[in-house]
Design a protein around this ligand. Structure first.
Ligand code: PRX
Length: 649
């Protein structure tokens, strides 16, 4: 019988770690929250010293000049060294760092040891150097889920270059915006990748993106064997460069506060912002959450299904697990290829112990039915995790019972691109695990729920989720090229001493938080972060569109989907035009952003000052009362909107 890591449900509907789990878990001390909150700066300093290798020690833990802060002042370290060298030096070179599972089933899984990964990273670091990349330069990465993505990230980190990864399903235009904003010197991409059995071309997108930017060199990994054009002098094959590269490359001694990476994410405006994470603090928190929250042990196989193009992939598909010297599984393909049991087959085959995914995926699998899961022996699993969006009780229970066999705790982890690592969750050795509830701020994290007047809310009341100083070490430092935006977005609503998350939340009981979702113009579509403004900009850039408004609508599987209200420039509405607009959004942003529905309307509801009332459109789509229409300059539009959409509001 497989070990039961969780108790039966108690009378309150909570699950708790079993005695076996408490004994096994890396952190099971219930007093840890109190200990850490008494002096969070000391707590983090201790963890940074314990878990991270410093070439030179830091003199002070935290420095604060609201709303700016620094961690581990004067400390020198390197993320690549911590993720690779130190494990090889301590004799773990033969341990598998990455199990790479290609999509085509005729290709075998590839195991890459820490020693092999280090050698490749050193070689690739030398290639970057040879192409003129220096400390502080920006490097774009536009790769599918292949090990070269970790190689590229860790090579940048090794030489002190700042990487900016762009999700490979984003369009060439989206990549271009990122390359321009970060002023990247080099781009690393691939010829293509496999998706549902088909080799897709990625290089064409990269070519579109690079044109007219500061990118001098494009390094291309040969993955899918698709025909690509290589531009003389600019484009280089990864494998050819690797053949000649030297495998000696010392890790650069980076200041703790030197930037590690930029990751662009959607905010409330149409333009994605470059979230900046630095070296020492980010790594400390990525590392600690892997030890305590994902409870990584020597023998674990950790599978985080997030693409490396998102923060979850950065922290839990690269830096965190490699820093602790764990084995991570990297899967290239689609969850339903060649069949809908693909994920469960891989869990069985590679004896995955910790499995971390998004509620959207869970809802999708639940809908496909239990039989795909039941075909496989999932008794290797010990811990399940979710991230990216609120999880409903049905999805939680299905994940718990069908995938976890009612044996494994589920940790519902709340965090953001900005926070760098998980901030709110239950710890597996402490619990409780409550369906739909993320849990407690992790040790060393200060979170609260407040009302509009900054007063803490109590009981089951809803409010805004905020974070307080000392902001944990993994938090963003600024918005690249736009510190003003950093201040305005996160530290204006409640002043320079309170970080505003943009999320609504409520206390589920005295200790545990339920995160209810975004309260701004950010959508979570299948767990992917998108702003309504970005989709609006994309649609509005079409020549036949006069103006438009995009709002999220609840969706059974994806959580939310974008719906567009479009005013045309005197052309007749048609189904073809709808298709054209959908294709246009795919081209401008990528498939994740495509509107689920487009309504052609005569006018959009606007206030007297001309502001579009998106809130009303949102209410309309959910059949909620539309609120006070007297503030509108064009109240007559409401009747028209109801007719066009068929919703009553
Ligand atoms: O709304 C919250 C939601 O995802 C947002 C952050 O998105 P992103 O920066 O893309 O990072 C996602 C992965 C870390 C948050 O503002 N979110 C994230 N985790 C949860 C969540 N909502 C509810 N429960 C969660 N566990």
């Amino acid at each position: 019988m497989a070990t039961k890591w969780v108790t039966e449900k108690d009378e309150k509907g909570y699950y708790w770690p079993s005695d076996e789990m408490k004994k096994y878990a890396n952190m099971a001390d219930v007093d840890i929250f109190k200990k850490a909150s008494q002096n969070p700066e000391e707590f983090w300093a201790e963890k940074a010293k314990e878990n991270i290798h410093w070439f030179e020690p830091f003199s002070k833990a935290y420095e604060w000049n609201p709303p700016h802060f620094k961690w581990f002042i004067g400390g020198k370290t390197n993320a690549s060294y911590n993720c690779l060298d130190r494990h090889v030096i301590s004799g773990k070179g033969d341990k598998t760092a990455i199990i790479w599972v290609p999509e085509p089933t005729e290709e075998k899984a590839v195991k890459i040891s820490y020693a092999e990964l280090l050698e490749k990273v050193k070689k690739f670091s030398n290639i970057l150097k040879k192409l003129g990349v220096k400390k502080g330069d920006r490097v774009g990465i536009y790769l599918p889920m292949i090990p070269e993505v970790q190689i590229a990230m860790l090579a940048c980190a090794r030489i002190g270059a700042i990487h900016s990864v762009c999700f490979s399903a984003f369009s060439g235009d989206s990549l271009k915006t990122r390359l321009i904003d970060s002023n990247a010197k080099v781009l690393i991409t691939s010829d293509g990748y496999y998706r549902r059995g088909k080799p897709l071309n990625l290089k064409n997108n990269a070519d579109i993106a690079v044109e007219g930017t500061s990118v001098e060199h494009v390094i291309v990994v040969k993955r899918a064997g698709v025909e690509v054009e290589m531009k003389e002098g600019r484009d280089h094959w990864f494998h050819e460069l690797m053949e000649e590269a030297s495998n000696e490359c010392e890790a650069e001694k980076m200041d703790s506060e030197d930037y590690l990476f930029i990751l662009y994410t959607s905010g409330t405006t149409g333009k994605p912002k470059g979230i900046v994470h630095e070296t020492g603090g980010y790594l400390t928190q990525a590392d600690l959450t892997c030890r305590w929250l994902f409870d990584l042990h020597e023998e674990d196989v950790f599978w985080c299904t997030a693409d490396v193009g998102w923060i979850t992939g950065h922290t839990y598909n690269c830096y965190g697990p490699l820093s602790v010297g764990a084995t991570l599984l990297l899967f290239e393909g689609a969850p339903d290829y060649p069949d809908k049991d693909r994920w469960w087959k891989e869990i069985e085959e590679h004896k995955v112990t910790i499995f971390y995914t998004a509620p959207t995926a869970i809802r999708m699998f639940a809908q496909w039915g239990d039989s795909y899961v039941k075909k496989h022996d999932l008794s290797s699993l010990r811990l399940l995790g979710t991230v990216g969006e609120p999880i409903d009780e049905d999805a939680w229970m299905w994940f718990f019972e069908t995938v976890g066999g009612s044996r494994c705790p589920i940790i519902d982890t709340w965090w953001q691109t900005e926070t760098g690592a998980v901030m709110i969750s239950e710890l597996p050795g402490i619990g409780p695990f409550i369906p739909t509830v993320a849990g407690k701020p992790l040790p060393g994290v200060k979170a609260e729920i407040v009302d509009e007047g900054k007063n803490p809310v109590s009981g089951g009341e809803g409010g805004y989720l905020i974070l307080k100083s000392p902001f944990s070490p993994g938090m963003l430092r600024t918005v690249y090229n736009d510190d003003e935006k950093y201040v305005k977005t996160y530290f204006t609503e409640y002043g320079p001493e309170i970080y505003f998350t943009g999320d609504g939340a409520r206390w589920f009981d005295e200790e545990n938080i339920r995160v209810t979702g975004r309260i701004d113009d950010v959508m979570k579509v299948a767990g992917h972060r998108l702003s309504t403004g970005e989709v609006e900009n994309a649609i509005a850039s079409h020549e036949k569109v006069s103006e438009c408004a995009v709002v999220p609508k609840p969706h059974q599987i994806k959580g939310e989907v974008p719906v567009a209200f479009v005013v045309l420039k005197g052309v007749e509405p048609s189904d073809e035009l709808k298709q054209e607009l959908v294709a246009h959004v795919r081209k401008e942003i990528g498939p994740t952003a495509k509107p689920e529905e487009i309504y052609f309307v005569n006018d959009l509801p606007k206030t007297r000052s001309g502001k579009i009332m998106r809130r009303m459109l949102k209410s309309l789509l959910t059949n909620q009362p539309l609120g006070d229409a007297t503030t509108l300059q064009n109240a007559e539009t409401i009747k028209h909107l109801k007719e066009v959409t068929g919703y009553e509001g």
